[in-house]
Design a protein around this ligand. Sequence first.
Ligand code: RB5
Length: 149
Amino acid sequence: MTATIAVGSDHAGISLRRRVVEHVRQRGHAIALEAGPQDGERSDYPDQAAAVGQAVASGRAQLGVLICGTGIGISIAANKIPGVRAALVHDPVTATLATEHNNANVLCLGARLLAEPYALTLVDAWLDASFVARHQHRLDKLHALEEAD
Ligand code: RB5
């Protein structure tokens, strides 16, 4: 399956962001948008989380990838957008389970923690996995939390 993917990073993730854009294009996916600074610029990860998260929540992109130094800040920010299920992953198991159990529509990576070729294998694991439908009722409860306030 090919998807439309939004990719964003803060300054800590510029190099990996470019590698991810190139990698997913090579896999046949379309880039809906690329958000983030250029070399030498600094930025604040909530800004890229908002750009990518809103693209996913609105349907402009089917999936998103977000990168900051640790992946922590940008995943916290993305999960504040209703409709976003952002998963911070560190290894192929969590990347696969992020799709199988959580149907994560945004993958978050820590550029300062992961070698770039290894990070790309996590993108592949996330994209190649399939959601397991028996977890749907849990996603329904996540959605209900968004409606609760
Ligand atoms: C930026 O220095 C750094 O704080 C950011 O990339 C990220 O790691 C925050 O969670």
